[in-house]
Design a protein around this ligand. Structure first.
Ligand code: OAD
Length: 234
């Protein structure tokens, strides 16, 4: 049976927890255009809008609960003994952590963090931020940015991701459209290094050739039985 397992999650894994996905809402995120709230240019042009948007998003997802797909990962991490089980997530919500998942790499940042654009230090807090916020490290005002990777910025933890992909034997994508680079190259990357690849989605994605298997349906229903199957095989 497999060695290390890597799970790549996207917005679809949180859909059954009541958090809307990005590309299923007519290009609007909470009624905002992507280019207004998710590009680095937008942050520099109008930081107030960015702060307000992510303050609101933090409130919107604060009470959201993990669903059976997140909990199935916790189970896999506890019971799988043939290697490590790591999660690479594009989601800024913290539902993996809330479900008890460990080894979670947040490549697109996380909603409970801000980064100081002056000194680069990361602050973890659920408090609102604004253009008045002062960095507790360098004490400069007005340089805090939500620690969300915007279009035009580099992905976080790429070296760690490369290592995980090159060492995994099973790559599982859950609820990601495959529309955003470079996460949409991870499956083919893992395959190059010899991993089996499988995707869980409501439908086959544009990257379906990168996957050996496709499980079509809601992740909260389809993923727990798959974990059961893997655990039975070891
Ligand atoms: P998308 O909104 O692009 O895709 C969500 C995917 O989840 C779609 O392919 C849906 O078919 C699938 N889906 C929806 N509900 C599902 C369910 N219950 N079970 C299984 N699959 C389901 O979201 P991402 O692929 O995560 O970046 O988007 C990638 C990135 O685009 C995001 O991280 C975001 C955005 O730019 C940042 O915020 C930095």
């Amino acid at each position: 049976m497999y060695g290390n397992i890597v799970i790549l999650s996207g917005a679809g894994i949180s859909a059954e927890s009541g958090i809307p996905t990005f590309r299923d809402c007519n290009g609007l995120w909470n009624n905002h255009k992507v280019e207004d709230v998710a590009t680095i240019q937008a942050y520099y042009q109008n930081p107030k809008v960015i702060h307000n948007f992510y303050n609101q998003l933090r409130k919107d997802i604060e009470d959201k609960k993990p669903n059976p797909a997140h909990f199935a990962i916790t189970r896999l991490q506890h019971e799988y003994k043939n290697g490590t089980v790591s999660v690479i997530t594009q989601n800024v919500d913290l539902l993996h952590e809330k479900a008890g998942n460990v080894n979670v790499v947040h490549i697109h940042g996380q909603i409970d963090q801000s980064v100081c654009m002056n000194c680069g230090k990361i602050i973890t807090s659920l408090e609102d931020t604004s253009v008045e916020t002062v960095c507790p490290f360098c004490h400069i005002q007005g340089k805090m940015k939500p620690n969300i990777v915007f279009f035009g910025e580099n992905l976080l933890s790429l070296n760690q991701v490369q290592k995980l992909l090159s060492e995994c034997r099973l790559f599982i994508a859950i609820g990601t459209s495959g529309a955003v680079y470079p996460a949409n190259t991870f499956a083919s990357n893992a395959k190059y290094y010899g991993a089996d690849t499988i995707e869980f989605n409501l439908h086959e994605t544009i990257n379906h050739y990168d996957f050996d298997n496709h499980i079509v349906g809601p992740a909260g229903q389809m993923f727990p039985p798959y974990v059961e199957k893997i655990l039975k095989q070891i």
